[in-house]
Design a protein around this ligand. Structure first.
Ligand code: ADP
Ligand code: MG
Ligand code: MG
Length: 254
């Protein structure tokens, strides 16, 4: 049974004006196979949490820890984190000019597994995954995310998720900008990953819409750099009705 434990995490971000404190004591425990929805207003630090888990160099941990099965993730390089089974689907996926999707995926898979996958199985796996995500086969030979629409980029993140088979994934607003059909396709991919590999998921979102397709075990309200409240899916419905106002009183906003 795998577990990802975030304990009293404090993080500063490097800005042009110097260090700015963003995360103020985040506690979150995700067990294998659990889906944790994280909802909160813009600027509350959700992406900062995602980047910190992934090991982005701009985010400096001032205190706390992130343990993957008891091992300190904060001591690991970005590559080591990926090999240990962590995955981040970025809010704004980056384009990688000059690198085809197939080559990128194969290189990543090889780095994570420690050996190259057999060509025959790999090509079949990529085709099957692209098929399931209703991606045109031509996307295999296109450069990573280059010229992809917003929705195509999000789908491509889920393609990586399905092929790289991490233990835990942070999905940062993977639902943003998707029409209903794409939202369903992406959600099915996430549900498949959970069913097939017992993936544990941190699902960062602004909207309850995606929670119609992906059933969360827990919902967390993220405000001003920390979790202000947690509950079940009824909490998400309440947020949709009431917004975040009642959590923002007294908070240091902006
Ligand atoms: P969210 O994802 O909840 O919208 P973010 O984590 O993106 O919030 O941002 C939290 C706060 O940190 C915001 O005020 C944002 O402007 C600031 N911030 C995050 N990353 C950077 C950065 N690289 N440079 C400057 N400010 C940043
Ligand atoms: Mg935002
Ligand atoms: Mg964000």
């Amino acid at each position: 049974m795998s577990v990802l434990e975030i304990k009293d995490l404090h993080v500063n971000v490097e800005t042009d004006q110097g260090a700015k404190k963003i995360l103020r004591g985040v506690d979150l425990t995700i067990n294998e196979g659990e889906i944790h929805a994280v909802m909160g207003p813009n600027g509350s630090g959700k992406s900062t949490l995602a980047y910190t888990i992934a090991g982005h160099p701009k985010y400096h941990v001032e205190g706390g820890s992130i343990l993957l099965d008891g091992v300190e993730v904060l001591d690991m390089s970005v590559d080591e984190r990926a090999r240990a089974g962590l995955f981040l689907a970025m809010q704004y996926p980056v384009e990688i000019p000059g690198v085809t999707n197939t080559n990128f995926l194969r290189t990543a898979k090889t780095a994570i597994e420690g050996e190259a996958p057999s060509i025959r199985h790999w090509i079949k796996d990529v085709r099957t995954a692209m098929d399931a995500l209703r991606m045109d086969p031509s996307f295999a030979e296109r450069n990573v995310n280059e010229g992809f629409s917003g929705g195509e980029k999000k789908r491509n993140e889920i393609l990586q998720l399905e092929l790289l088979k991490p233990k835990f994934a942070v999905l940062d607003e993977t639902d943003s900008g998707l029409d209903v059909d794409a939202l369903k396709i992406v959600s099915e991919g996430v549900n498949r990953a959970k069913a097939n590999t017992g993936l544990g998921i941190v699902l960062i979102t602004h909207y309850t819409r995606i929670l119609r397709y992906i059933e969360p075990n827990f919902v967390h309200v993220f405000v001003n750099g920390r979790i202000a409240e947690q509950g079940g899916r009824e909490l998400a419905d309440r947020l949709e009705d009431e917004g975040y106002d009642r959590f923002l009183t007294g908070a240091n906003v902006g």
